[in-house]
Design a protein around this ligand. Structure first.
Ligand code: UD1
Length: 363
């Protein structure tokens, strides 16, 4: 059975790693790893292959950046040729990036079954490109491999047949549990001259937060206050860096003495910073679940989340881009009132095994 496994952007790599490792254990399964090239900088892509021992892709589409339509269209055109040439029996996609949707569409139209890992999660916010990608990918997928009961419920409400839905758990947590000790002992902390729990780890890159100048200012105003209380380590996404220049925020940012801006990091260095942080401030999707599993408080700078279990039972709190709320909730955590929590039992580090069992009908 030939399985085309698709990756394209940073959040895909930690999801595909354990799946490929599991596929390799089955001699009758023949994986073809396809990298669309949506992300192409060393720090956004190659470093993850090195950190997580992901084999070199068999095929690289090299599409690069572009508007949503250009990027999606280019991936579709290039991937169609790959499907025609390699004739996979199944196309496996992960997450919710443009590469996920583009490759699912190509496969569905060529009558190749699609397996979607991380199916069913919903923010119910259609202004997010990821929400559109999730909805459309799920509707054309044959195997909907979900991380939570919530995701199953969402799919059922959308009229998707029960027999296509498989609760397998969160595959990103497989990678977290496998690498967290190794990451924790990484030299990043000492390289930056930091003590454990003496800093916040921040990420920020959502279009709504950084492409809209007035929203970006609100977040920067909050950071200006918080960095008076504690250091903030900020591996910066290329989009955010570009906006700081474009909006002329350079002076404001460099004026914050305790805001430590660094280049994007690979998995181990980044995780090393996360596990040892006081708390996390982010607008990312995956970090909400990772912090809940690590029992580290997380403030999410969004109005909604596709990960409601991290709010209900985990360590996550939504703060939007509201300056006062970000400061208030940060202060609360620093005063010792951060959330603690639990997470679903099925996030047990064995999700990849369940995925491969399901798609390959191995009993
Ligand atoms: C994409 C995903 C998002 C994910 C994020 C993680 C979609 C719709 N969005 O958003 O869900 O959270 O990745 O990083 O797929 N760039 C570089 N080098 C790179 C890649 C990008 O400089 O290696 C720059 C380009 O100028 C590009 C911009 O970053 O225009 C944004 O990249 P893009 O892939 O369009 O979307 P992300 O914001 O990274």
């Amino acid at each position: 059975m030939k399985i085309a496994c698709i990756v394209g952007a940073r959040p895909n790599f930690m999801k595909i790693a354990p799946i490929l490792e599991e596929i390799e254990k089955h001699p009758d399964l023949d994986p073809i790893l396809v990298h669309t090239g949506q992300h192409y900088d060393y720090e956004m892509s190659q470093v993850f292959f090195e950190d997580l021992d992901i084999p070199e892709p068999h095929v690289h589409l090299g599409v690069g950046s572009g508007s949503h339509a250009i990027q999606t269209g280019k991936i579709m055109m290039a991937f169609e040729e790959v499907v025609v040439e390699h004739k996979p029996d199944l196309v496996l996609v992960v997450g919710d990036v443009n590469s996920t949707l583009a490759c699912s569409l190509v496969a569905a139209k060529l009558w190749i079954p699609v397996a979607h890992v991380e199916a069913g999660i919903r923010s119910f916010d259609r202004t997010m490109p990821e929400e559109i990608n999730r909805l459309l990918t799920d509707v054309i997928s044959d195997y909907l491999l979900t991380p939570t009961e919530d995701a199953n419920e969402n799919l059922k409400k959308e009229g998707i047949s029960d027999r296509k839905i498989f609760l397998v758990g969160d595959v990103m947590i497989d990678t977290l549990l496998k690498y967290k000790d190794k990451a924790s002992s990484d030299s990043m902390l000492s390289d930056l001259g930091l003590e454990k729990h003496s800093y916040i780890l921040m990420t920020l890159h959502r279009p709504n937060n950084v492409d809209v100048e007035s929203n970006f200012v609100k977040i920067l105003n909050a950071l200006a206050e918080i960095q008076r209380l504690i250091k903030i380590v900020f591996p910066i996404h290329p989009r955010t860096k570009a906006r700081i220049e474009e909006f002329g925020f350079g002076n404001m940012v460099s004026g914050m003495e305790n805001l430590i801006i660094i280049d994007p990091l690979g998995y181990l260095k980044f995780m090393g910073l996360m596990v040892n942080s006081r708390f996390v401030l982010t607008d990312s999707g995956g970090m909400q679940t990772e912090t809940t599993v690590l029992n580290i408080p997380c403030l999410t700078m969004r109005e909604n989340t596709e990960r409601p279990e991290t709010i209900r039972e985990g360590t996550n709190t939504l703060v939007g881009n509201d300056t006062h709320l970000i400061i208030e909730e940060s202060t609360k955590i620093l005063d010792g009132y951060g959330k603690t929590g639990i997470y679903p039992e099925i996030w047990d580090g064995h999700t990849a095994e369940r995925i491969v069992k399901t798609i390959a009908h191995i009993s």
